[in-house]
Design a binder for this molecule. Structure first.
Ligand code: GLU
Length: 471
């Protein structure tokens, strides 16, 4: 049988780390067995669903390269399918209309809690609904959960799980507004979409026995289930859409790249010996459900930074450039085409953990300097600096080739000429071309900033000093 997995987010929040992990494990599992991976958007909870979240999910999965083989399927487009099955179930007597009012249900619940009983529906309408069959009273549809026996399944991560049917109630499959519920749609879709392996968060483990009962009642095959344990944040709180855990888009916007994000998320709950770094190819080959941990895993931002640094400096430069281009486009940063991005990245990325960190350190490559905003600029407004800058301007203007070695040579000449140290000249130039006292290697910076930009910024500094020089 062909392996088929799915990622089926409810778009009631952004795509966060836990969601990506479910998607990644499902995707890797399907890849490993040459099966297929489908994307299903579970958008029947119309009050909480938001189109921005759908876009966020699609964008995040695409950016990370978690491409789906089928879909995205939207449950909201499949309402007719659900409706027909509910009608069939009512006809077959495996579901029933429940007319109990909210007040009655609240009272029931309150009394059960008072009597220290597990709150659940008492199945009143399972017996009496016939009487009200033709009335206009609003109703929900409930599944006739078996009254006896045990539901058992062998969770691929957590082992054997069983629960007595006495513990389960007749859960709602259609709300009073006619909309089918999560537990119903998920079952119908897993069945109709031939899902063989359901890999999802541990928070769904309680739903599984109900879903299995429903599948059995419909004579549908039961997939295998794997419930992945929770992810905790730094303070030990479960990550979830509701506690506003960080969306993947925010990581992307900070310049974390797919290889690093996936590697990091893969290891949140899965291990292979003591290996930390996994290429996508290795992930596909080595991933297995047996090594998924039963215990919760903990967010570790430092590790993500470390992995991002590692991948930024070890992936082919072409790959890095393509991520960098997407990153700059998203941030509306436009670098002039005369800047040698490839070598700039090659030379300086090693100092940074994220693309955001990189780009914020080199703002002067794509934005002009406003000398009026430079800290302590006044202290550079001296006669000697003016002379040095004019000398530099002239010498660099006459340079026909823009090589790092020639640049360094000219810097050395100016040191000799003015009897100052290298640092003195370098700082002065740094202020002029970057507005900062510190930058990486000055001849490299001059080289990458290019002749025109260099001369025009030195010229601006000369003008500024002339205007503000203390006499
Ligand atoms: N739609 C559910 C959620 O976002 C997942 C359902 C499932 O995987 O069965 O939590």
């Amino acid at each position: 049988m062909k392996v088929k997995t799915r990622f089926s987010p409810s778009p009631t929040g952004c795509l966060h780390i836990g969601g990506v992990r479910t998607a990644l494990y499902s995707w890797l599992f399907a890849q490993k067995y040459r099966g297929s991976f489908i994307l299903r958007i579970e958008d029947t909870d119309t009050k909480r669903v938001n189109n921005d979240y759908i876009q966020d999910i699609l964008y995040g999965l695409n950016y990370l390269g978690l491409h789906w083989d089928e879909g995205p399927f939207y449950q909201s487009n499949r309402l007719d399918i659900y409706k027909n099955i509910i009608l069939y179930m009512l006809k077959k007597g495996i579901a029933y209309k429940c007319y109990c009012s909210q007040e009655r249900l609240d009272r029931l619940r309150k009394n059960q809690i008072l009597n220290k009983e597990k709150p659940r529906y008492d199945r009143k309408c399972r017996e009496y609904c016939i009487v009200l069959k033709k009335s206009n009273i609003p109703f929900v549809v409930r599944f006739k959960n078996p009254l006896e026996g045990i539901v058992k399944f062998n969770d691929m991560i957590r082992g054997s799980i069983h629960i007595s049917n006495h513990e389960l109630d007749d859960f709602i499959i259609q709300r009073s507004n006619g909309m089918p519920t999560y537990n119903f749609c998920v079952v119908i879709d897993d069945w109709k979409m031939n899902i063989t392996h359901v890999i999802r968060g541990e928070d769904h483990v309680n739903n599984t026995p109900r879903q299995i009962n429903l599948l059995n009642a419909l004579n549908a095959p039961v997939p295998l289930y794997a419930h992945v344990s929770m992810i905790l944040d730094n303070s030990g709180i479960k990550l979830s859409k509701r506690n506003q855990s960080r969306s993947i888009t925010s990581y992307i916007n900070e310049g974390f790249i797919p290889e690093a994000i996936l590697n990091y998320i893969l290891r949140l709950g899965w291990s292979y010996k003591d290996q930390e770094v996994f290429s996508i190819h290795e992930m596909k080959n080595l991933f297995n459900i047996e090594n998924v941990s039963k215990s919760p895993s903990m967010i570790n931002d430092k590790k993500l930074l470390w992995l991002n640094h590692y991948y930024l400096n070890s992936l082919p430069i072409k790959t890095i450039i393509s991520y960098f281009s997407i990153f700059c486009k998203n941030k509306k940063i436009f670098l002039d085409t005369d800047i040698d991005i490839q070598n700039l990245l090659k030379e300086f990325l090693c100092h940074h953990n994220t693309l955001q960190e990189f780009i914020s350190s080199y703002v002067y490559f794509y934005k002009d300097i406003n000398l009026y905003n430079v800290d302590n600029i006044q202290m550079y407004c001296s006669c000697i600096n003016l002379k040095i800058l004019k000398f530099l301007y002239k010498k660099f203007f006459l340079l026909t080739c823009w090589y790092k070695s020639d640049i360094l040579c000219l810097l050395k000449q100016s040191i000799k000429r003015f009897h100052v140290c290298f640092k003195y000249i370098a700082t002065l130039i740094r202020i002029g071309i970057s507005g900062k006292k510190n930058t990486p290697n000055i001849s490299s910076i001059i080289f990458y900033i290019g002749k025109n930009r260099f001369l025009s910024r030195i010229h601006n500094l000369i003008k500024y000093i002339q205007l503000h020089m203390l006499v």
